[in-house]
Design a protein. Structure first.
Length: 300
């Protein structure tokens, strides 16, 4: 499927999230391709960035994006994740004995459906380019050296509110360098490949938190002992680049994460009790530009 010819945006398009939800229903996809995990890192990180933003977004259910539609980069990322989920779920289904027709639909079927449902073809085309490049790159190397075990798997800390949804849980059996065992695989897109992109994951709250929840939820009994996280980075250059970063947080790091989150929840309880959520003006402009509530806060 070649979508490289699509260049003109249509102002009447629907959001990618809405199109994906429709696809899940109409194509009979038994996977969660949209939304959060419940009380995941998005909530926790928002609370750490700015209590006022947390209040607006999660307590008052306000969206700061124009017309309620997320930025293009987020929509491309969501679409790319959906293609990747189907790609690996089909492998799981067929390994379990399903025929190609019985397995979950191919990514190309979803791509066509999103176009039919009115999602932005420019964004779909970008996501498809990254996905197709990824599949071709690793298949040219003799396909992936890990075996997928579960896709879009939800998990929860049994003793707390924290949740997560793993993009992929996989098993490594025979690799000359990578430790055998179970690995979490997270798909990420980046605009460039720099030190922040490669090394930043080693202190990323989502990545460390996923290891924390894996241990607390005793997922080793289901999938095997966890070795760490493989961060699958797709760099959104003209010719996509691919990098895999191996993150193995020590146990003290996951324990520290649990304590950190507990203290932040206690701080959140103070804001709830006094009925005031302070702004964090240090977070109004960040790595990705203005906060989605920047204009609203400036007008207050």
């Amino acid at each position: 499927m070649n979508l490289g010819h699509i260049m003109v945006e249509d102002p009447t398009v629907v959001s990618m999230d809405a199109a994906l939800k429709r696809a899940v229903e109409e194509l009979g996809i038994d996977l969660t391709l949209t939304g959060g995990s419940g009380h995941g890192w998005s909530r926790s990180s928002t609370m750490q960035q700015c209590p006022h933003k947390y209040d607006q977004k999660y307590n008052k259910n306000k969206g700061g994006w124009e017309n309620g539609i997320p930025p293009k980069a987020l929509q491309i990322g969501g679409c790319f994740h959906a293609f990747m989920a189907l790609y690996y779920q089909r492998e799981i289904d067929i390994d379990k004995g399903a025929t190609p027709d019985e397995a979950v639909v191919e990514p190309g079927v979803l791509c066509d459906a999103l176009l039919d449902y009115g999602a932005d073809p420019v964004l779909i085309g970008a996501a498809w380019q990254y996905f197709e490049g990824y599949a071709n790159y690793y298949e040219a190397q003799g396909h992936d050296w890990f075996k997928p075990l579960a896709v879009e798997y939800r998990a929860k800390d049994p003793n707390g509110p924290d949740t997560c949804r793993y993009d992929l849980i996989a098993e490594v059996k025979d690799h000359p360098v990578v430790l055998p065992g179970t690995w979490i695989v997270e798909h990420k897109t980046a605009s460039r490949l720099d030190k922040g992109v490669t090394e930043g994951w080693h202190l990323d709250g989502e990545i460390v938190g996923q290891c924390m929840i894996y241990k607390k939820a005793r997922l080793a009994m289901k999938f095997g002992k966890l070795q760490g996280v493989i961060v699958n980075v797709i760099v959104k250059t003209k010719i996509p680049q691919f990098h895999r970063e191996f993150v193995t947080p020590p146990m003290k790091s996951t324990r520290r994460q649990a304590k950190d989150l507990k203290v932040f929840r206690a701080t959140k309880a103070i804001y709830e009790s006094v009925g005031y959520w302070p702004r964090s003006l240090a977070s109004c402009v960040g790595r990705y530009g203005f906060c989605e509530f920047f204009d609203a806060c400036r007008d207050e």
